[in-house]
Ligand binder design. Sequence first.
Ligand code: TYD
Ligand code: MG
Length: 453
Amino acid sequence: MARISTAFTCTACGAAHKKWAGRCDACGAWNTIVEEAPLSTGPSRGLGAAKGRAVALTGLSTDEPPPPRTRSGMAELDRVLGGGLVAGSAILVGGDPGIGKSTLLLQGAAAFARAGLNAVYISGEEAAAQVRMRAQRLGLADAPVRLGAETALRDILTTLDAERPDVAVIDSIQTLWSDTVEAAPGSVAQVRAAAHELVTFAKRRGVAVIIVGHVTKDGQIAGPRVVEHMVDTVLYFEGERGHQFRILRAVKNRFGPADEIGVFEMTGGGLAEVANPSALFLSERGGPVPGSAVFAGIEGTRPVLTEIQALVAPSTLASPRRTVVGLDGGRVSTILAVLESRCGIPFAGLDVFLNVAGGMRVMEPAADLAIAAALLSAREDHALPADCVIFGEISLSGALRPVAQAENRLKEAQKLGFSQAIAPEAQKAEGVAGMRICRISDLTSFVGETFGA
Ligand code: TYD
Ligand code: MG
């Protein structure tokens, strides 16, 4: 018999707790734990496949062809998917409300439809007429996409069963409800049940299902993290409202590299692809200014140059400000501590503001040296050369560690007109024609050589 008992679940990360608490131990979020009726574990209805049988691992690899992939023709989307859409895969696209998920996926569905797939777009948020209006605005009025406006999971599965699509977009998971679960739409139990049904359907019928999930700030509605573990691919659509740039980032991908990014620009006519993100992120840069350092980074499989900007100002506060946007705050604190204890450059009594230009997010440890350079440049009011890129990881001793893919970083910099690079001494990199590489062993010598301190 199915056992029904109540449990407590975190709406941010989905962790189960025995009792209520103000803060979730698993993800650290506050006020996100709610009481939920768990799924009843009733008998599964006719999955049809052989039950309780194992097959040999070796029997699978040789005669099974790799799953077919379809390219949408939107290069940035295909790249993030790992080279196209895999049939029968389940993909989660998360992002803040209003960031452009529906726009992206309507454009994506139209692109897949034009590439020959049977595409269905099911909206639980907008009526079909509204979706059609949006499509018109995006110039997709004639795209062969089938539309549905439904929120009942049973109806959606029936529609999908009848339409037999190759790819189905479900916008959004938080609006769905299943009549087998006694909980409100958007609750952890509903979101989980709906995702489970959709993923099972995707696998069984070979339909690629793209599930949209809003990232939620309060604990009332379950966020996309609750279903991350169920799907094959997790993409996040990021960006700042004020900026027109949007970044689609793969954080998990069973069929391709994680950390791959696709860059888009939100325009009046929808999302436009950005083929050369480095040029875009550096486009607002003028001449040499104090506090600016160009980091030669790697995002997924491609090099991306970004500008790290720092401002250091005298503070009136007892514990000065550390405002960091687009960088890992923990790493910034570590770099400040290393500058203070290994190089004798104190930041006490100074407010520090750090930012990555263009709304980009840089999490690579290879950015350490560029962060330190921007901080020092701001503090000393000494501009770095405008034609110089920087990369290298800083260890707690102040030594510089080599980073991966140095040549790709250097080549990208050279392509964009940079002529010198500051890199760790131990970096094994072939020289790139036209690039002068200044190799540095530790942070103290970097300070000495660059700022003459
Ligand atoms: P939307 O795709 O509805 O966001 P989400 O599904 O993630 O909630 O995008 C909403 C925003 O995008 C809205 O603020 C308006 C803007 N937008 C444009 O700038 N241009 C466009 O062509 C479209 C369709 C939307
Ligand atoms: Mg939407």
